[in-house]
Design a binder for this molecule. Structure first.
Ligand SMILES: *[C@@H]1O[C@H](CO)[C@@H](O)[C@H](O)[C@H]1NC(C)=O
Ligand SMILES: *[C@@H]1O[C@H](CO)[C@@H](O)[C@H](O)[C@H]1NC(C)=O
Ligand SMILES: *[C@@H]1O[C@H](CO)[C@@H](O)[C@H](O)[C@H]1NC(C)=O
Ligand SMILES: *[C@@H]1O[C@H](CO)[C@@H](O)[C@H](O)[C@H]1NC(C)=O
Ligand SMILES: *[C@@H]1O[C@H](CO)[C@@H](O)[C@H](O)[C@H]1NC(C)=O
Ligand SMILES: *[C@@H]1O[C@H](CO)[C@@H](O)[C@H](O)[C@H]1NC(C)=O
Ligand SMILES: *[C@@H]1O[C@H](CO)[C@@H](O)[C@H](O)[C@H]1NC(C)=O
Ligand SMILES: *[C@@H]1O[C@H](CO)[C@@H](O)[C@H](O)[C@H]1NC(C)=O
Ligand SMILES: *[C@@H]1O[C@H](CO)[C@@H](O)[C@H](O)[C@H]1NC(C)=O
Length: 783
């Protein structure tokens, strides 16, 4: 199984790729070939780590414990059997149990050859055998931008999330960061069963009433032999964060307020998480070197988190591409976490803007795409003819008065290896296309005077300036053309930086969908729209490990870093979900997600269509239900609920076999006989309708549950910009609710009037009255 990097981009995204492979840049997976995945799939008999998934109730009665059962399974492999084939010798590895799992999945991990794995899969009671694969890790302004206010609404109503525990599976945590101060927090909730494990430079006393749990899971990484990394990567054998990513995501979700935080002066202000009083539990399962995050370690982390009692799991990691749920251990683990009432929030991936690039697409997972904030870092450069070019910069070292004109050159394509020292020395280089943060380092190393970065090809566009260590400006295509026109007009082009350190909020259109944010449709179940929702994920300021590079190649360290990625958007939603969890303790994970989705904003801060970085209008395939809107989510009026049975019915509708269903603790007998509408019938807060191949009519049912207090009547409104293409009817179109928890169902009929293979259109189905608006995106696609 191919796995994928799904990291954040640090301001130094490309370099980070080379450091820990935790911050990955989507397009690097297409363009960058210097980071081969360890080959764990080589020959048929090579031994590697497998996860053996068992049925908890199939333990042979003569074996007293699960461990005895698992040991006996391994022993049965070791006893030589002269009657079996003699072609291969695979006796070189020991059969140690690497992990046992018993909360979100039953089973264990061990090193096996492929023949042994095959053999184990036939043992009664074993429901699945999976080869370990590696997943990769994929703020001051964001609470304000999302409308959270200290004095009214969701923050005070939820007590800032103080009884909610958010578990993160990530690269560890820097416990001394001020973001994890516990000033003024009450005692740790008594139901908490987690612990603070000791290890290298980490002792249990580092935990407090904010950071209430910290554990580390290294057995899987170690057994794959991935930790070495050529000895160049330092790592802590403890929950301590060697990377920065986990410190960043956890402080984004639930960081305590830190006044006067900034990235060398940029994005200054009070940094705080979305749920500033929620509790944090870190489960370190992502390791440097070639490690990434193996399934074995992720599962052990999720298993531990579920047992410890987290309310919310935030996972800013994933594969390169979506995989069928029955082979996707993260999906299986998340399923059982949801079964236990835990809300699971994941990043959508950084593989945009390509179609069907979204990952973590199971409908029991809340999948988060990344958009921009309304915060920007404007800077300028003056051309020889006096034209002022406006761009963005995170370069903090020079003042406008301290620069002089320098010769200006351009390169069609810049990479570190394509920089010719004598051509750039003393000059400002305009890169029309560029690959890699190390371009800046190289230009700097050979004595270049500066960099103008105009690039949307490699995943970060002009709204994501990188923190180059030389004078640098990121410009859009319009400004790029102005510079080119000037350069064409003179034989001696020159320019002068006018950098001044500035942070501006509120002026630009936001959100815009990040170029890198992975897009739908859902490759596994196209009838379930993914991603679900958008949250800020561009240039997010949050806490960092002061001993981890801010980005590779520079010595500079910091307590805060500005980073981009769906890794950054995911914990925003986890934090908001924590607030809802506290404000509405009786809500299920699906109800919380529904509240987030049906109240999300589908227009930007100028009440216009949400755009992407090319300034083109985007669709729900990029932003899902829209930008998360916490203040509205606290009072959604109605919700679409769904539980384990609904998800099992979905798997049944996908024609899962008995064997596949067993992986979800179900069987054919659990399929509701009334599953008739197919996968589109899951009671989901959005609609994806696929026409074609002889199908031009789709009928789906939805059920709304009232969560507001007063009796209300809701009327359906269909927003359908192309009635010539699809006719949408909602029946009934009026729902009368009296009491809390009352349920009312409706049916939507979609009739396609065209044959439009490959096309898509979208609209909304809205249930509304004077008080509430319950809005679902609808995407139509023609095969
Ligand atoms: C699994 O089986 C063990 C032993 O029979 C039992 O103690 C445990 O409660 C079971 N777990 C679940 C989730 O059913
Ligand atoms: C050895 O192989 C035979 C035939 O395949 C089988 O019946 C027997 O149970 C095996 N014994 C062991 C110890 O695996
Ligand atoms: C890791 O493996 C060792 C044995 O090698 C075992 O003692 C330990 O419990 C395992 N760790 C976890 C978290 O299961
Ligand atoms: C804020 O931070 C800056 C730079 O880090 C420092 O110079 C200043 O004194 C700080 N202000 C306060 C009020 O702490
Ligand atoms: C950020 O710093 C600038 C300059 O020091 C200051 O004018 C501004 O008020 C600060 N912004 C915030 C939100 O603290
Ligand atoms: C001006 O820039 C030079 C490098 O170009 C730097 O060494 C110097 O410290 C700067 N001076 C001021 C006042 O910023
Ligand atoms: C600049 O000149 C090049 C080649 O002469 C041409 O391809 C390009 O379109 C010109 N650009 C502008 C903005 O005038
Ligand atoms: C499942 O099987 C039914 C009956 O064979 C068929 O109509 C339907 O298209 C199948 N669904 C999927 C998702 O394969
Ligand atoms: C179209 O339908 C036929 C028969 O119903 C099926 O065999 C074929 O796979 C379908 N094609 C697509 C693209 O779904």
């Amino acid at each position: 199984m191919q796995t994928m990097p799904m990291a954040c981009f640090s301001t130094a995204l490309f370099m980070s790729f080379l450091t820990f492979a935790l911050f990955l840049q989507p397009l690097l997976s297409l363009s960058h070939v210097t980071h081969p995945q360890p080959d764990i799939t080589t020959s048929g008999t090579a031994a590697t780590t497998y996860i053996i998934h068992t049925d908890n109730f199939s333990r042979p009665p003569h074996l007293a414990t699960q461990i005895q059962w698992y040991s006996s399974i391994l022993q049965s492999l070791s006893s030589t059997n002269t009657t079996t084939t003699t072609t291969t010798s695979v006796k070189t590895h020991s059969h140690n149990i690497i992990y046992t799992y018993d909360t979100i999945l039953h089973g264990f991990a061990a090193i096996l050859s492929s023949e042994e794995a095959e053999k184990v899969s036939e043992i009664p009671g074993v429901v699945g055998v999976y080869k370990d694969t590696i997943k990769q890790l994929h703020t001051t302004r964001s609470p304000d931008f999302l409308g959270l206010n200290h004095d009214f609404g969701l923050w005070p109503e939820s007590n800032f999330g103080e009884d909610v525990i958010i578990g993160l599976v990530d690269s560890g945590i820097w416990p001394e960061s001020e973001s994890f101060d516990d000033d003024g927090l009450p005692e740790v909730p008594s139901r908490w069963k987690g612990e603070c494990e000791s290890g290298e430079r980490f002792s249990p006393s580092l935990c407090n009433k904010k950071l209430i749990g910290a554990r580390w899971f290294l057995n899987g990484t170690r057994s794959l032999g991935l930790l070495d990394g050529g000895g160049k990567n330092k790592y802590f054998q403890s929950p301590r964060d060697d990377d920065g990513h986990g410190t960043h995501t956890s402080s984004t979700a639930a960081g305590s307020p830190v006044p006067n935080a900034s990235f060398f002066g940029f994005a200054n202000g009070t940094a705080r998480g979305m749920a500033p009083r929620a509790r944090v539990a870190m489960y370190k399962a992502c390791w440097p070197g070639d490690g990434g995050c193996p399934d074995t370690d992720i599962l052990a982390a999720m298993d531990g988190a579920a047992k410890d009692g987290v309310d919310i799991l935030s996972l800013s990691l994933g594969s390169y591409e979506a995989h069928p749920f029955d082979g996707d251990l993260l999906a299986i683990g998340a399923f059982n976490a949801v079964r236990r009432g835990i809300l699971v929030v994941c990043s959508a991936g950084n593989s945009g803007p390509f179609s069907s690039s979204v990952t973590n697409v199971a409908p029991w997972i809340t999948t988060v795409g990344a958009g921009s904030l309304d915060r920007t870092f404007p800077a300028s450069i003056t051309l020889g003819d006096g034209t002022v070019i406006i761009g963005k910069s995170l370069y903090d070292k020079i003042k406008p008065t301290n620069t002089s004109f320098r010769p200006l050159v351009y390169m069609l394509y810049c990479s570190a290896s394509s920089i010719v020292p004598r051509l750039v020395r003393g000059k400002i280089v305009l890169c029309l296309e560029a690959e890699g943060y190390d371009v800046g380092l190289k230009i700097q190393a050979v004595g270049g005077a500066g960099l103008i970065w105009s690039d949307i090809v490699f995943g970060t566009g002009w709204i994501t300036p990188m923190a180059f260590t030389l004078p640098a400006l990121t410009v859009d295509n319009l400004e790029e053309r102005k510079i080119m026109a000037y350069m064409n007009s003179t034989s001696k082009p020159k320019a002068r930086f006018g950098l001044s350190q500035r942070t501006i909020v509120g002026e630009n259109r936001a959100p815009m969908v990040a170029e890198f944010s992975s897009r739908g449709p859902n490759a596994i179940v196209p009838e379930i729209l993914k991603p679900d929702i958008l949250a800020p994920g561009i240039n997010i300021l949050a806490a960092w490990s002061p001993e981890a590079p801010l980005f590779l190649g520079i010595k500079r360290r910091g307590r805060f870093n500005i980073v981009s990625g769906t890794s950054m958007s995911c914990p925003h939603v986890a934090g908001v979900a924590a607030l809802l969890r506290q404000a509405h303790r009786e809500w299920s994970p699906a109800m919380i997600r529904s509240a987030l989705m049906t109240t999300a904003a589908v227009v930007d801060n100028q009440y216009r269509q949400i755009l992407n970085e090319n300034l083109e209008p985007e669709t729900p395939l990029a932003f899902g239900a829209g930008l998360v809107h916490p203040q509205l989510a606290r009072d959604p009026g109605l919700v679409y609920d769904a539980g384990v049975q609904d998800y099992i019915d979905l798997l049944c509708a996908m024609n899962y076999t008995e064997k596949q269903l067993r992986k979800f603790g179900a069987s054919k007998a659990d399929c509701s006989t009334f599953v008739i509408g197919g996968a589109g019938n899951l009671n989901y807060p959005s609609f994806a309708v696929i026409f074609g191949n002889g199908t031009n009519v789709k009928v789906v049912k939805r059920t709304l549950t009232k969560v507001s207090e007063l009796p209300e009547v809701y009327v359906a409104r269909v927003v359908n910009p192309r009635p010539d293409k699809v006719e949408v009817t909602v029946e009934p179109d009026r729902l009368d609710f009296k009491m809390v928890n009352e349920e009312r169902s409706y049916v939507v009929k979609f009739v396609s009037k065209v044959v439009d293979p490959g096309e898509m259109e979208y609209g909304y189905i809205i249930w509304e009255n004077d008080v509430h608006q319950v809005k679902s995106p609808v995407v139509f696609m023609w095969e």
